[in-house]
Ligand binder design. Structure first.
Ligand code: ADP
Ligand code: MG
Length: 616
């Protein structure tokens, strides 16, 4: 039998390895930035074009390479960072595999210029798809500049797989932020298509966070610091009231390396328990230092995962450190006294079924008691005339009753009259005939039975149509602000804001003077409270970033969706009778009342027959 196994030619092997290391432009950015940091650079410049698809260039003032090293650096497993296996357990550099440059050169057109401090002349190497095209001396400053052009130029299938420039830009920005946050002492700049995205001077961590995410971060940060034998923790968490609708600003570093760990993320979230509004995510910038031999970062080629020796103890330490800081800085749920207390409950309670002073009724209660077809109701009716509805539970001990009422629907009659539920003929709850159920649904009667409406989705539908109608008006309805609201944005948010400003104007936002990453808001959509404006704008921008490339008819459509999501009454909000009635009326005045803007059902009907079946 003939031998069948062959060694792959090196360029094929390299292309395969490249698949591991380089998934998209952001991977190149990460590798080049980390190499620059490893080289001891004080200043690092990142230049990209088309989200990095046509160009990624990193220029540093680090140690540079000798002519021989410059050539060797493109060979696979060529690294100056480790020389024996034991080194893997005392890593102090980002890189160690010696694979990045080889992989990048296998799938792009690369040019490197590099000079060490001692050398008179720099080395300039051009290499593409593994083939060295030129290698010459050149005049260049100390340090290294590497430019990577036309990623995947020789693998069209993978090139086609790349997303739009905007989406790739977002990924690059994420990597840039991670490296910049891991090394606040190094100055970084980032330029995209000739415009400056970030200019970060060497600074401390607090300032670095401010430069990256806007100076308003400064008042939102709470320091966290803890030192134990096992680990040291340092950094900041954001005050819970500034938690956002997206997870964007959550950064966790281990030994100055950005790490993803669902387990330790959970520890941080556990410390915030009870302090957050539903569906919001607190920002954090936390740095864990552990002895290099207590972790194994060698398990994943892109190295955002890590194995810890004693993960459980780290969990406990992290959770208590964050909790302690939140406590120490006196961060407790914020109660805003200017708001209608009926419309808001403290965050921790918002999701629980509150024990209300009104009467809770089991679902066997039937508001159509007068209706002779409602057999269950007439049965209940007879008994209630004697002893009230509780009789239904006769023979059950109290705990069971409580359990049953909690699990089943409870019909809350807030501020209502408990006597409504007694007597022979139970009248409709009020003239409007609408109940709020579980602070989440509105229940009302229709000819054929009952209608159960999801209040949040219904309100979204109403707002969505209103906002879109607004955009078709010559002069969109707006409420002018007496004092313009000045809002600071991070460079990334600023980018988005400028892209969607006109559409926001159509919805009723007014913009005054635009500063350097700050905007004066002079008007708001009619439905929006001034105090919510900033967080809602934040939400729309985050939404925009998250759903980049999603399916939408237009920019306005997308913004109307995002705005209606933020503005709509949340589940868990108690609504007064009048508001309930208005919502139901508005909903059925809509063009498409049955679907939320996101395409989910807004209501269900419960036909009489089904109710009867249940009660038989
Ligand atoms: P690794 O970083 O894992 O060692 P790379 O392929 O990223 O592997 O780089 C190979 C080698 O090239 C590095 O070990 C380093 O010696 C050298 N090198 C790469 N980039 C730079 C740079 N910006 N400045 C100085 N040396 C560099
Ligand atoms: Mg490297």
């Amino acid at each position: 039998m003939t031998d069948r196994i062959k060694l792959l030619p090196e360029h094929v092997a390299n292309q395969i390895a490249a698949g591991e290391v380089v998934q998209r432009p952001a991977s190149v950015v990460k590798e080049l930035l980390e190499n620059a940091v490893d080289a001891g650079a004080q200043r690092v410049q990142l230049v990209i074009r088309d989200g990095g698809k046509t160009l990624v260039q990193v220029v540093d003032d680090g140690c540079g390479m000798s002519p021989a090293d410059a050539l060797l650096s493109f060979r696979r497993h060529a690294t100056s960072k480790i020389s024996e296996a034991a080194d893997l357990f005392r890593l102090h550099t980002k890189g160690f595999r010696g694979e990045a440059l080889a992989s990048i050169a296998a799938i792009a057109q690369v040019e490197m210029q590099t000079r060490t401090g001692e050398a008179e002349l720099a080395t300039r190497i051009r290499i593409a798809g593994d083939t060295v095209q030129s290698n010459e001396s050149a005049v260049a400053p100390e340090g290294t500049s590497i430019s990577v052009k036309n990623l995947f130029f020789n693998i069209p299938a993978r090139r086609n797989f790349l997303k739009s420039g905007k989406v790739e830009f977002r990924h690059v920005l994420d990597e840039f932020q991670r490296v910049a946050l891991a090394h606040p002492g190094v100055a970084f700049t980032m330029t995209h298509n000739d415009s400056e995205v970030h200019q970060l001077p060497a600074s401390n961590l607090r300032q670095r966070i401010g430069h990256l995410f806007g100076s308003r971060m400064n008042t939102r940060l709470v320091p966290v610091r803890e030192e134990t034998q096992l680990a040291a923790i340092d950094g900041f968490v954001c005050k819970p009231e500034f938690a956002k609708k997206s997870r964007g600003e959550q950064f966790f570093f281990v030994n100055d390396r950005y790490i993803r760990s669902a387990y330790l993320h959970h520890a941080i979230m556990a410390a915030f328990e009870g302090l957050l509004k539903p569906d919001t995510y607190p920002g954090y910038f936390l740095y864990l230092q552990v002895p290099a031999d207590a972790i194994d970062i060698n398990i994943h080629p892109t190295k955002t995962e890590v194995k810890f020796e004693d993960e459980q103890s780290l969990y406990a330490i992290l959770r208590s450190a964050v909790k302690h800081s939140l406590g120490q800085f006196n961060i407790s749920p914020v109660l805003d006294f200017e708001r209608d207390p009926n419309l808001e409950t403290p965050y921790a309670y918002e999701r629980k079924q509150a024990a209300l002073p009104g009467v809770s009724v089991d679902r066997t209660f039937n508001p159509f008691a007068g209706d002779s077809t409602a057999r269950g109701a007439s049965r209940a009716g007879k008994k209630t005339s004697a002893a009230g509805w509780e009789v239904l539970y006769e023979g059950l001990d109290e705990e069971v009753v409580e359990e049953a009422t909690r699990q089943d629907w409870t019909i809350e009659s807030e501020g209502g009259n408990p006597s409504l539920f007694r007597g022979d003929t139970a009248p409709a709850p009020d003239q409007a005939g609408i109940f709020q159920v579980g602070r989440k649904y509105l229940l009302t009667r229709i000819k054929s039975g009952l209608l159960l409406i999801d209040q949040h989705r219904a309100h979204q539908r109403v707002l969505y149509e209103k906002l879109l109608r607004n955009t078709t008006q010559q002069e969109p309805a707006t409420q002018a602000l007496l004092f313009p609201l000045k809002i600071e944005f991070s460079p990334a948010e600023w980018h988005v804001l400028n892209a969607i400003k006109e559409a926001l104007r159509g919805m009723g936002f007014g913009f005054g003077r635009m500063g350097d990453h700050s905007a004066e808001i002079t008007g708001l959509p009619v439905l929006m409270a001034e105090s919510d404006a900033e967080s809602i704008l934040d939400g729309v921008i985050a939404d925009w970033q998250r759903h980049e490339g999603g399916e939408h008819f237009s920019q306005s459509d997308r913004i109307a969706k995002a705005l209606s999501r933020s503005l709509a009454v949340k589940p868990g909000t108690a609504l007064e009778q009048q508001a309930q009635l208005a919502l139901v009326n508005d909903l059925f005045g809509c063009k498409e009342p049955g679907l939320s803007p996101g395409g989910k059902p807004v209501y269900v009907t419960l036909p009489m027959e089904e109710l009867e079946k249940k009660l038989s």
